[in-house]
Design a protein around this ligand. Structure first.
Ligand code: GRF
Length: 186
């Protein structure tokens, strides 16, 4: 059995789609109280919380190296074959990316290489695009730059807002992530 570990820290709809389609070994979350934690509990997926706030000592700067070291130690304990980022909202450090070459997947809400980064949906709208979509790709050191595994397209409708567009994108993301993970896991 291949081990799949999902890193997610938000609402977790992609996590749910993957956990319903595959046997998932664990969820790792970086935000206490994130709704995805409850979704994991409902599905009996073991959840590990590595709370980012613990690494912001005395309200100071985020101690990224300490956080990354704990995350890497947790991954080594879980021994995943595949790591899926699903709204993790943090860029993974070099050491983790190098420890799992071609084993880390991410989903991004645009037709990469268009609109990498955090505001892909807003940027597609602002650019006056008539279509957008989502992309599942391998994670490499460049943010949202790794080789593309699967991409699906969606029309942008007149009057779309970031919210309406994201709402229509979500089911497409779920389908795309499931198909992409099936493809790579064989
Ligand atoms: C998705 O839109 C994904 O593309 C982006 O973060 C969002 C996560 O959504 N990376 P959810 O928490 O899976 O609903």
């Amino acid at each position: 059995m291949k081990k799949i570990v999902i890193l997610a820290s938000g609402t977790g709809t992609n996590f749910c789609a993957l956990a319903d389609a595959f046997q998932v070994t664990a969820l790792i979350c970086n935000r206490a109280g994130a709704p995805v934690l409850q979704e994991a509990e409902k599905r009996n997926v073991p959840a590990v919380l590595i709370d980012m706030n613990r690494f912001k000592l005395f309200g100071g700067k985020f101690k990224r190296n300490l956080f990354e070291a704990e995350l890497l130690a947790e991954l080594k304990r879980l021994q995943p074959d595949w790591i899926c980022l699903a709204g993790y909202m943090l860029v993974l450090g070099k050491e983790i990316i190098e420890a799992y070459p071609n084993r880390i997947l991410n989903i991004h809400p645009s037709l990469l290489p268009k609109f990498p980064g955090l505001h892909a949906i807003e940027q597609a709208l602002e650019a006056g695009e008539t279509e957008t979509g989502c992309t599942v790709h391998y994670v490499t050191a460049g943010v949202d730059e790794g080789p593309i595994i699967l991409q699906k397209r969606l029309s942008i409708l007149p009057g779309d807002t970031p919210d309406t567009l994201h709402e229509r994108l979500r089911p497409l993301e779920h389908q795309t992530y499931i198909e992409a993970l099936r493809t790579v896991t064989g």
